[in-house]
Design a protein around this ligand. Structure first.
Ligand code: RP5
Length: 191
């Protein structure tokens, strides 16, 4: 569970939790190098006040830890696991093999293939072991967290109200967007 000691990019604490007492959501990632992407999931959970834990859990560098985590997930009360990985990106699928707790996979952008490899790896689970797969990168990480919030909100009126307010705020902001276009004719304005 420790940071990767030789990794100068390591910025992810081995376990980050917000102060709520129960922890329904886990955010795991294959490497601390995934943090730039996965922090967007954590930010959403913090924004909604949803308790979470976050840690590095590498499928190929920590396979035994990965299986132990997955096998304990149900008994620990986790309601969803947000799993980010890049490249071969087998972490979400391998977690899903070992638990029926829903796994929300986030394809992390990779150096050479920009995360298309990660996306294909995560989304192409064979029939029988599902992994809900989100967009490549920050948008996918944020949406995975929003999806997890929505799952919890199905049984939590307060969270549902927060989600409704979040959507309403997006709509308000979109309506107020102004394009920097000049020289429109009267006939195009206001379409
Ligand atoms: C995957 O390998 C990780 O999810 C990460 O996206 C990728 C590269 O990891 P590092 O070599 O940067 O640690 O397991």
């Amino acid at each position: 569970m420790a940071r990767l000691p030789s990794d100068p990019r390591a910025q992810v604490p081995s376990a980050v939790s917000n102060p709520m007492s129960t922890t329904p959501i886990a955010v795991v990632m294959g490497s601390s190098s995934d943090w730039d992407t996965m922090q967007h999931a954590v930010q959403i959970l913090q924004q909604f006040g949803v308790a979470f834990e976050a840690r590095v859990l590498s499928a190929h560098r920590m396979p035994d830890d990965m299986f132990a985590f997955a096998q304990a997930a149900q008994a620990r009360g986790l309601r969803a696991i947000i799993a980010g990985a890049g490249g071969a990106a087998h972490l979400p699928g391998m977690l899903a093999c070992k638990t029926t707790v829903p796994v929300l996979g986030v394809p992390v952008p990779s150096k050479h293939l920009q995360g298309v490899d990660s996306l294909h790896s995560i989304v192409q689970m064979p029939k029988g072991i599902p992994v809900a797969t989100f967009a490549i990168g920050a948008a996918g990480a944020a949406n995975a967290a929003l999806f997890a919030v929505a799952m919890l909100a199905a049984h939590d009126v307060g969270l549902q109200k927060q989600l409704d307010a979040y959507r309403a705020e997006q709509s308000r902001a979109a309506r107020e967007q102004v394009l920097p276009v000049t020289g429109l004719t009267d006939g195009l304005v206001g379409l």
